[in-house]
Design a protein around this ligand. Structure first.
Ligand SMILES: Cc1cc2nc3c(=O)[nH]c(=O)nc-3n(C[C@H](O)[C@H](O)[C@H](O)COP(=O)(O)OP(=O)(O)OC[C@H]3O[C@@H](n4cnc5c(N)ncnc54)[C@H](O)[C@@H]3O)c2cc1C
Length: 416
Protein backbone atom coordinates (compact mmCIF):
# COMPACT_ATOMS: atom_id res chain seq x y z
CA UNK A 1 0.00 0.00 0.00
CA UNK A 2 1.36 3.45 -0.84
CA UNK A 3 1.99 6.06 1.85
CA UNK A 4 -0.88 8.49 2.44
CA UNK A 5 -0.32 11.92 0.89
CA UNK A 6 0.43 14.56 3.52
CA UNK A 7 1.28 18.23 3.61
CA UNK A 8 4.81 19.41 4.38
CA UNK A 9 4.09 19.71 8.11
CA UNK A 10 2.45 16.28 8.29
CA UNK A 11 -0.60 17.62 10.17
CA UNK A 12 -2.91 17.15 7.14
CA UNK A 13 -3.51 13.86 5.34
CA UNK A 14 -5.09 14.58 1.97
CA UNK A 15 -8.18 12.58 1.09
CA UNK A 16 -8.56 12.58 -2.71
CA UNK A 17 -10.37 9.81 -4.59
CA UNK A 18 -7.79 10.29 -7.36
CA UNK A 19 -4.60 12.20 -8.02
CA UNK A 20 -3.86 13.53 -11.49
CA UNK A 21 -0.42 14.62 -12.68
CA UNK A 22 -0.85 16.09 -16.16
CA UNK A 23 2.22 16.48 -18.37
CA UNK A 24 0.73 19.22 -20.54
CA UNK A 25 -1.75 22.06 -20.26
CA UNK A 26 -4.01 20.28 -22.80
CA UNK A 27 -4.08 17.24 -20.50
CA UNK A 28 -4.82 19.53 -17.54
CA UNK A 29 -7.76 21.05 -19.45
CA UNK A 30 -9.18 17.55 -20.09
CA UNK A 31 -8.83 16.65 -16.40
CA UNK A 32 -10.60 19.83 -15.30
CA UNK A 33 -13.36 19.35 -17.90
CA UNK A 34 -14.02 15.81 -16.72
CA UNK A 35 -13.88 16.45 -12.96
CA UNK A 36 -16.84 17.02 -10.67
CA UNK A 37 -14.74 18.56 -7.90
CA UNK A 38 -11.08 19.44 -8.21
CA UNK A 39 -8.32 21.18 -6.22
CA UNK A 40 -4.69 21.86 -7.04
CA UNK A 41 -1.89 20.72 -4.77
CA UNK A 42 1.14 23.02 -5.06
CA UNK A 43 4.14 22.05 -2.94
CA UNK A 44 1.85 21.26 0.03
CA UNK A 45 3.28 23.85 2.41
CA UNK A 46 -0.11 25.02 3.72
CA UNK A 47 -1.07 24.02 7.24
CA UNK A 48 -4.84 23.60 6.80
CA UNK A 49 -7.19 21.83 4.35
CA UNK A 50 -7.10 24.61 1.75
CA UNK A 51 -5.64 22.32 -0.94
CA UNK A 52 -7.59 19.18 0.00
CA UNK A 53 -10.48 17.46 -1.75
CA UNK A 54 -12.21 14.08 -1.55
CA UNK A 55 -12.48 14.06 -5.34
CA UNK A 56 -9.74 14.99 -7.85
CA UNK A 57 -6.45 16.45 -6.65
CA UNK A 58 -4.22 17.72 -9.42
CA UNK A 59 -0.48 18.26 -9.08
CA UNK A 60 1.34 20.31 -11.72
CA UNK A 61 4.83 19.05 -10.86
CA UNK A 62 5.02 17.02 -14.09
CA UNK A 63 4.25 19.99 -16.34
CA UNK A 64 7.24 21.10 -18.37
CA UNK A 65 9.02 23.82 -16.32
CA UNK A 66 8.66 27.12 -18.14
CA UNK A 67 10.91 30.11 -17.31
CA UNK A 68 10.32 32.61 -20.13
CA UNK A 69 12.04 35.94 -19.55
CA UNK A 70 10.85 38.90 -21.63
CA UNK A 71 13.68 41.43 -21.66
CA UNK A 72 11.59 44.11 -23.35
CA UNK A 73 8.77 43.91 -20.81
CA UNK A 74 11.01 42.97 -17.81
CA UNK A 75 8.80 40.03 -16.92
CA UNK A 76 9.08 36.29 -16.45
CA UNK A 77 6.36 33.80 -17.30
CA UNK A 78 6.40 30.50 -15.43
CA UNK A 79 4.21 27.41 -15.44
CA UNK A 80 1.65 26.71 -12.73
CA UNK A 81 3.86 24.16 -10.95
CA UNK A 82 7.15 26.11 -10.78
CA UNK A 83 8.66 26.93 -7.40
CA UNK A 84 10.70 29.99 -6.47
CA UNK A 85 13.66 27.61 -6.12
CA UNK A 86 13.18 26.63 -9.78
CA UNK A 87 13.36 30.19 -11.05
CA UNK A 88 15.39 32.40 -8.66
CA UNK A 89 18.94 31.69 -9.87
CA UNK A 90 17.90 31.90 -13.53
CA UNK A 91 16.38 35.33 -12.91
CA UNK A 92 19.55 36.57 -11.20
CA UNK A 93 21.75 35.19 -13.99
CA UNK A 94 19.62 37.11 -16.49
CA UNK A 95 20.17 40.32 -14.46
CA UNK A 96 16.81 40.31 -12.70
CA UNK A 97 15.24 39.96 -9.27
CA UNK A 98 11.83 39.63 -7.68
CA UNK A 99 10.97 42.50 -5.35
CA UNK A 100 10.35 40.20 -2.42
CA UNK A 101 10.08 36.56 -1.42
CA UNK A 102 8.81 34.42 1.46
CA UNK A 103 10.99 32.76 4.10
CA UNK A 104 11.70 29.73 1.94
CA UNK A 105 12.00 29.12 -1.82
CA UNK A 106 10.49 25.65 -2.02
CA UNK A 107 6.87 26.78 -2.39
CA UNK A 108 5.23 27.12 -5.80
CA UNK A 109 4.82 30.61 -7.21
CA UNK A 110 1.11 30.08 -7.82
CA UNK A 111 0.50 28.43 -4.43
CA UNK A 112 2.15 31.41 -2.74
CA UNK A 113 0.30 34.00 -4.82
CA UNK A 114 -3.08 32.25 -4.30
CA UNK A 115 -2.80 32.52 -0.50
CA UNK A 116 -1.34 36.05 -0.27
CA UNK A 117 2.02 34.79 0.92
CA UNK A 118 4.41 37.56 1.95
CA UNK A 119 7.91 38.42 3.09
CA UNK A 120 8.79 41.57 4.99
CA UNK A 121 9.62 45.20 4.22
CA UNK A 122 7.79 48.46 4.75
CA UNK A 123 7.78 49.11 1.00
CA UNK A 124 7.25 45.47 0.03
CA UNK A 125 3.80 44.18 -0.82
CA UNK A 126 2.91 40.52 -0.66
CA UNK A 127 4.13 38.23 -3.45
CA UNK A 128 0.87 38.52 -5.40
CA UNK A 129 1.73 42.16 -6.13
CA UNK A 130 4.39 41.13 -8.65
CA UNK A 131 1.81 39.32 -10.81
CA UNK A 132 1.01 41.12 -14.04
CA UNK A 133 -0.81 38.37 -15.92
CA UNK A 134 -2.08 34.83 -15.52
CA UNK A 135 -3.89 32.08 -17.41
CA UNK A 136 -6.71 30.29 -15.68
CA UNK A 137 -8.15 26.92 -16.71
CA UNK A 138 -11.77 27.47 -15.74
CA UNK A 139 -14.47 24.91 -14.90
CA UNK A 140 -15.37 24.24 -18.57
CA UNK A 141 -11.70 23.51 -19.37
CA UNK A 142 -11.41 26.76 -21.29
CA UNK A 143 -8.34 28.99 -20.71
CA UNK A 144 -9.08 32.59 -19.73
CA UNK A 145 -6.27 35.16 -19.66
CA UNK A 146 -6.13 38.09 -17.26
CA UNK A 147 -3.76 41.07 -17.26
CA UNK A 148 -3.18 43.81 -14.71
CA UNK A 149 -5.73 46.53 -15.42
CA UNK A 150 -8.46 44.10 -16.57
CA UNK A 151 -11.78 44.10 -14.77
CA UNK A 152 -11.64 41.39 -12.09
CA UNK A 153 -7.82 41.16 -12.16
CA UNK A 154 -7.69 42.17 -8.50
CA UNK A 155 -10.12 39.35 -7.77
CA UNK A 156 -8.39 36.52 -9.66
CA UNK A 157 -4.83 36.84 -8.33
CA UNK A 158 -5.39 35.94 -4.66
CA UNK A 159 -8.01 33.27 -5.37
CA UNK A 160 -7.37 30.55 -2.77
CA UNK A 161 -7.58 28.25 -5.81
CA UNK A 162 -11.36 28.78 -5.91
CA UNK A 163 -11.65 30.14 -9.46
CA UNK A 164 -9.75 27.60 -11.56
CA UNK A 165 -6.28 26.20 -12.16
CA UNK A 166 -3.58 28.77 -12.88
CA UNK A 167 -1.59 27.16 -15.69
CA UNK A 168 0.79 30.05 -16.30
CA UNK A 169 1.69 33.21 -14.41
CA UNK A 170 3.71 36.30 -15.38
CA UNK A 171 5.69 38.27 -12.80
CA UNK A 172 7.16 41.74 -12.92
CA UNK A 173 10.95 41.84 -12.56
CA UNK A 174 13.35 44.45 -11.24
CA UNK A 175 17.11 44.69 -11.82
CA UNK A 176 19.05 42.23 -9.70
CA UNK A 177 20.45 43.60 -6.45
CA UNK A 178 22.56 42.61 -3.49
CA UNK A 179 21.56 42.22 0.13
CA UNK A 180 23.57 41.95 3.33
CA UNK A 181 21.96 40.19 6.26
CA UNK A 182 22.76 40.96 9.89
CA UNK A 183 21.21 39.54 13.02
CA UNK A 184 20.93 41.47 16.29
CA UNK A 185 20.27 39.77 19.61
CA UNK A 186 18.17 40.58 22.69
CA UNK A 187 16.25 43.67 21.70
CA UNK A 188 14.46 45.10 24.76
CA UNK A 189 10.67 44.85 24.34
CA UNK A 190 10.51 48.50 25.50
CA UNK A 191 12.06 49.50 22.13
CA UNK A 192 8.77 48.55 20.43
CA UNK A 193 6.84 51.33 22.16
CA UNK A 194 9.33 54.04 21.21
CA UNK A 195 10.97 52.80 18.02
CA UNK A 196 8.70 50.29 16.25
CA UNK A 197 8.37 52.24 13.01
CA UNK A 198 12.06 53.13 12.87
CA UNK A 199 12.93 49.48 13.49
CA UNK A 200 10.68 48.03 10.79
CA UNK A 201 11.78 50.64 8.23
CA UNK A 202 15.45 50.25 9.12
CA UNK A 203 16.24 48.25 5.97
CA UNK A 204 14.82 46.60 2.83
CA UNK A 205 13.37 43.77 4.91
CA UNK A 206 13.24 43.44 8.69
CA UNK A 207 11.96 40.53 10.80
CA UNK A 208 11.64 40.36 14.57
CA UNK A 209 11.90 36.86 16.02
CA UNK A 210 10.62 36.35 19.55
CA UNK A 211 9.66 33.48 21.84
CA UNK A 212 7.39 35.91 23.76
CA UNK A 213 9.28 35.32 26.99
CA UNK A 214 10.18 38.04 29.47
CA UNK A 215 11.20 41.48 28.24
CA UNK A 216 13.45 40.49 25.34
CA UNK A 217 12.90 40.04 21.59
CA UNK A 218 15.36 37.28 20.74
CA UNK A 219 16.53 38.35 17.28
CA UNK A 220 16.17 41.15 14.74
CA UNK A 221 17.03 40.08 11.18
CA UNK A 222 18.03 43.07 9.07
CA UNK A 223 18.26 42.50 5.32
CA UNK A 224 19.75 45.70 3.93
CA UNK A 225 20.63 46.66 0.37
CA UNK A 226 24.24 45.65 -0.30
CA UNK A 227 24.92 49.13 -1.63
CA UNK A 228 23.89 50.75 1.69
CA UNK A 229 25.82 51.78 4.79
CA UNK A 230 27.97 49.37 6.79
CA UNK A 231 25.89 47.67 9.50
CA UNK A 232 26.13 49.01 13.05
CA UNK A 233 27.43 46.99 16.02
CA UNK A 234 24.30 47.76 18.00
CA UNK A 235 20.62 48.32 17.22
CA UNK A 236 18.38 50.06 19.78
CA UNK A 237 19.96 48.09 22.61
CA UNK A 238 20.33 44.80 20.67
CA UNK A 239 23.88 43.58 19.95
CA UNK A 240 25.17 42.30 16.61
CA UNK A 241 25.44 38.50 16.45
CA UNK A 242 28.95 37.16 15.89
CA UNK A 243 27.82 33.81 14.47
CA UNK A 244 25.04 32.58 12.18
CA UNK A 245 21.59 32.12 13.72
CA UNK A 246 18.50 30.05 12.90
CA UNK A 247 15.18 31.81 13.67
CA UNK A 248 14.74 29.29 16.51
CA UNK A 249 17.69 30.26 18.74
CA UNK A 250 18.70 26.68 19.70
CA UNK A 251 18.68 25.37 16.10
CA UNK A 252 21.68 25.18 13.77
CA UNK A 253 22.37 28.62 12.24
CA UNK A 254 24.39 27.14 9.39
CA UNK A 255 21.08 26.08 7.76
CA UNK A 256 20.04 29.74 7.30
CA UNK A 257 20.97 31.99 4.38
CA UNK A 258 24.34 33.70 4.84
CA UNK A 259 24.40 36.34 7.60
CA UNK A 260 27.18 38.33 9.33
CA UNK A 261 26.88 41.14 6.79
CA UNK A 262 28.37 39.22 3.85
CA UNK A 263 26.96 40.86 0.72
CA UNK A 264 25.33 38.49 -1.78
CA UNK A 265 22.60 38.31 -4.44
CA UNK A 266 18.98 38.87 -3.38
CA UNK A 267 17.95 35.25 -3.81
CA UNK A 268 20.71 34.04 -1.47
CA UNK A 269 19.77 36.47 1.33
CA UNK A 270 16.06 37.44 1.20
CA UNK A 271 14.83 33.91 1.87
CA UNK A 272 15.63 32.87 5.44
CA UNK A 273 16.49 29.38 4.20
CA UNK A 274 18.60 28.63 1.11
CA UNK A 275 17.47 26.80 -2.00
CA UNK A 276 19.76 23.85 -1.32
CA UNK A 277 18.37 23.44 2.23
CA UNK A 278 15.22 21.68 1.09
CA UNK A 279 13.30 20.18 4.01
CA UNK A 280 10.77 17.71 2.59
CA UNK A 281 8.84 17.68 5.88
CA UNK A 282 8.76 19.78 9.01
CA UNK A 283 7.68 19.01 12.55
CA UNK A 284 5.89 22.28 13.26
CA UNK A 285 2.55 24.01 12.81
CA UNK A 286 2.13 27.65 11.81
CA UNK A 287 -0.47 30.36 12.30
CA UNK A 288 -0.38 34.08 11.49
CA UNK A 289 -2.61 37.08 12.07
CA UNK A 290 -2.39 40.42 10.29
CA UNK A 291 -3.38 43.75 11.81
CA UNK A 292 -3.37 47.27 10.40
CA UNK A 293 0.03 48.90 10.71
CA UNK A 294 -1.43 51.69 12.83
CA UNK A 295 -2.55 49.10 15.41
CA UNK A 296 0.76 47.24 15.48
CA UNK A 297 2.18 48.70 18.68
CA UNK A 298 -1.07 48.18 20.60
CA UNK A 299 -1.35 44.66 19.17
CA UNK A 300 2.22 43.92 20.23
CA UNK A 301 1.40 45.16 23.72
CA UNK A 302 -1.72 42.96 23.89
CA UNK A 303 0.28 39.88 22.87
CA UNK A 304 3.02 40.75 25.35
CA UNK A 305 0.41 40.98 28.12
CA UNK A 306 -1.01 37.56 27.12
CA UNK A 307 2.31 35.83 26.34
CA UNK A 308 2.20 33.39 29.25
CA UNK A 309 -0.97 31.90 27.73
CA UNK A 310 0.78 30.79 24.53
CA UNK A 311 4.59 30.98 24.73
CA UNK A 312 4.92 27.43 26.12
CA UNK A 313 3.56 25.99 22.84
CA UNK A 314 5.87 28.08 20.69
CA UNK A 315 9.08 27.39 18.80
CA UNK A 316 9.32 30.97 17.59
CA UNK A 317 7.22 33.92 16.43
CA UNK A 318 8.07 36.36 13.63
CA UNK A 319 6.85 39.93 13.17
CA UNK A 320 6.97 41.32 9.61
CA UNK A 321 5.60 44.30 7.70
CA UNK A 322 3.65 44.13 4.45
CA UNK A 323 2.63 47.14 2.35
CA UNK A 324 -1.03 47.56 1.37
CA UNK A 325 -2.40 46.14 -1.88
CA UNK A 326 -5.72 45.98 -3.70
CA UNK A 327 -6.34 42.25 -4.16
CA UNK A 328 -9.84 41.46 -2.93
CA UNK A 329 -8.85 38.55 -0.71
CA UNK A 330 -5.39 39.76 0.24
CA UNK A 331 -4.62 39.90 3.94
CA UNK A 332 -3.04 43.30 3.20
CA UNK A 333 -6.11 44.56 1.28
CA UNK A 334 -6.40 48.33 1.66
CA UNK A 335 -4.02 48.70 4.59
CA UNK A 336 -0.35 48.61 5.45
CA UNK A 337 -0.10 45.59 7.65
CA UNK A 338 1.94 43.90 10.35
CA UNK A 339 1.94 40.09 10.42
CA UNK A 340 2.31 38.25 13.73
CA UNK A 341 3.48 34.79 12.74
CA UNK A 342 3.78 31.80 15.09
CA UNK A 343 5.70 28.56 14.56
CA UNK A 344 4.22 26.10 17.05
CA UNK A 345 5.57 22.82 18.35
CA UNK A 346 3.83 19.90 16.62
CA UNK A 347 1.31 19.21 19.39
CA UNK A 348 -2.15 19.80 18.02
CA UNK A 349 -4.20 20.42 21.21
CA UNK A 350 -1.63 22.78 22.70
CA UNK A 351 -1.33 24.59 19.37
CA UNK A 352 -5.06 25.14 19.02
CA UNK A 353 -5.31 26.50 22.58
CA UNK A 354 -2.39 28.82 21.87
CA UNK A 355 -3.82 29.96 18.50
CA UNK A 356 -7.08 30.83 20.28
CA UNK A 357 -5.20 32.79 22.97
CA UNK A 358 -3.39 34.78 20.27
CA UNK A 359 -6.60 35.42 18.31
CA UNK A 360 -8.35 36.55 21.48
CA UNK A 361 -5.54 38.96 22.40
CA UNK A 362 -5.63 40.40 18.89
CA UNK A 363 -9.45 40.47 18.56
CA UNK A 364 -9.76 44.25 19.25
CA UNK A 365 -7.59 44.82 16.16
CA UNK A 366 -9.76 42.76 13.78
CA UNK A 367 -7.00 40.36 12.72
CA UNK A 368 -7.08 38.75 9.29
CA UNK A 369 -5.73 35.17 9.52
CA UNK A 370 -3.28 33.82 6.94
CA UNK A 371 -5.33 31.74 4.50
CA UNK A 372 -2.72 28.95 4.39
CA UNK A 373 -2.11 28.56 8.12
CA UNK A 374 -4.12 27.41 11.15
CA UNK A 375 -6.89 29.67 12.44
CA UNK A 376 -10.09 29.36 14.48
CA UNK A 377 -11.73 32.73 13.75
CA UNK A 378 -15.34 32.19 12.60
CA UNK A 379 -16.11 32.47 8.89
CA UNK A 380 -18.60 35.33 9.37
CA UNK A 381 -16.00 37.38 11.19
CA UNK A 382 -13.41 36.69 8.48
CA UNK A 383 -15.74 37.71 5.64
CA UNK A 384 -16.50 40.97 7.42
CA UNK A 385 -12.80 41.84 7.18
CA UNK A 386 -12.84 41.81 3.37
CA UNK A 387 -14.84 44.68 1.82
CA UNK A 388 -14.72 42.98 -1.64
CA UNK A 389 -15.82 39.54 -0.40
CA UNK A 390 -19.21 39.79 -2.15
CA UNK A 391 -17.47 40.73 -5.42
CA UNK A 392 -15.26 37.66 -5.11
CA UNK A 393 -18.29 35.42 -4.56
CA UNK A 394 -20.00 36.92 -7.62
CA UNK A 395 -16.85 36.36 -9.71
CA UNK A 396 -16.55 32.75 -8.50
CA UNK A 397 -20.21 32.09 -9.27
CA UNK A 398 -19.69 33.45 -12.79
CA UNK A 399 -16.48 31.49 -13.53
CA UNK A 400 -17.42 28.32 -11.65
CA UNK A 401 -21.23 28.19 -11.33
CA UNK A 402 -21.25 24.60 -10.04
CA UNK A 403 -18.54 25.15 -7.44
CA UNK A 404 -16.16 22.63 -9.06
CA UNK A 405 -13.13 24.30 -7.45
CA UNK A 406 -14.60 24.49 -3.95
CA UNK A 407 -13.76 22.14 -1.09
CA UNK A 408 -15.35 22.12 2.37
CA UNK A 409 -12.89 24.65 3.76
CA UNK A 410 -13.43 27.09 0.87
CA UNK A 411 -17.23 26.62 1.10
CA UNK A 412 -17.13 27.25 4.81
CA UNK A 413 -14.91 30.33 4.79
CA UNK A 414 -16.12 32.07 1.64
CA UNK A 415 -19.49 30.80 0.45
CA UNK A 416 -21.73 29.38 3.18
C1 LIG B 1 8.27 26.27 6.29
C2 LIG B 1 7.23 27.21 5.76
C3 LIG B 1 7.54 28.55 5.62
C4 LIG B 1 6.56 29.45 5.16
N1 LIG B 1 6.90 30.76 5.05
C5 LIG B 1 5.96 31.65 4.69
C6 LIG B 1 6.28 33.03 4.59
O1 LIG B 1 7.42 33.44 4.77
N2 LIG B 1 5.27 33.89 4.30
C7 LIG B 1 4.00 33.48 4.10
O2 LIG B 1 3.12 34.31 3.86
N3 LIG B 1 3.68 32.16 4.11
C8 LIG B 1 4.63 31.26 4.40
N4 LIG B 1 4.33 29.93 4.42
C9 LIG B 1 3.01 29.50 3.93
C10 LIG B 1 3.09 29.20 2.42
O3 LIG B 1 3.62 30.29 1.73
C11 LIG B 1 1.70 28.90 1.86
O4 LIG B 1 1.23 27.75 2.47
C12 LIG B 1 1.71 28.71 0.34
O5 LIG B 1 0.39 28.63 -0.11
C13 LIG B 1 2.47 27.45 -0.01
O6 LIG B 1 2.51 27.24 -1.40
P1 LIG B 1 2.35 25.74 -1.95
O7 LIG B 1 2.93 25.69 -3.30
O8 LIG B 1 2.89 24.78 -0.97
O9 LIG B 1 0.80 25.67 -2.03
P2 LIG B 1 -0.27 24.55 -1.43
O10 LIG B 1 -0.11 24.56 0.04
O11 LIG B 1 0.04 23.27 -2.13
O12 LIG B 1 -1.58 25.19 -1.92
C14 LIG B 1 -2.02 26.43 -1.44
C15 LIG B 1 -3.24 26.88 -2.21
O13 LIG B 1 -2.88 27.25 -3.54
C16 LIG B 1 -3.70 26.55 -4.48
N5 LIG B 1 -2.92 26.35 -5.69
C17 LIG B 1 -1.65 25.93 -5.80
N6 LIG B 1 -1.27 25.91 -7.08
C18 LIG B 1 -2.33 26.31 -7.81
C19 LIG B 1 -2.59 26.51 -9.20
N7 LIG B 1 -1.64 26.26 -10.12
N8 LIG B 1 -3.80 26.94 -9.58
C20 LIG B 1 -4.77 27.21 -8.67
N9 LIG B 1 -4.59 27.04 -7.34
C21 LIG B 1 -3.39 26.60 -6.93
C22 LIG B 1 -4.06 25.27 -3.77
O14 LIG B 1 -5.23 24.67 -4.30
C23 LIG B 1 -4.31 25.79 -2.36
O15 LIG B 1 -5.56 26.37 -2.26
C24 LIG B 1 5.27 28.98 4.83
C25 LIG B 1 4.97 27.63 4.94
C26 LIG B 1 5.95 26.73 5.38
C27 LIG B 1 5.64 25.28 5.49
Amino acid sequence: MSEPLRNWAGNITFTPARIARPRSVAELQDIVRGATKIRVLGSGHSFNRIADTDDTLVSLTNLERVIRIDRAAHTVTVDGGATYADIAAALHEAGYALGNVASLPHITVVGAVCTATHGSGDANQNLAASVIALKLVTASGEIVSYRRGDDDFDGVVVSLGALGVVSEITLELIPTFDIRQNVYLDLPVAAIETHFDALMSRAYSVSLFTRWQGEIIDQVWVKALGSGDEPSAELLGARAADRAFHPIPDFDGSTSTVQLGVVGPWYQRLFHFPIEQKASAGAEIQSECFVAREDAKAAFKALHAAQDQFSGALFISEVRSVAADQFWLSTAYGQDTIGFHFTWKPEWEATIAAVKAVEQALAPFRPRPHWAKVFTIEADAIRALYPRHADFVALANRLDPDGKFRNPMIEQVLFR
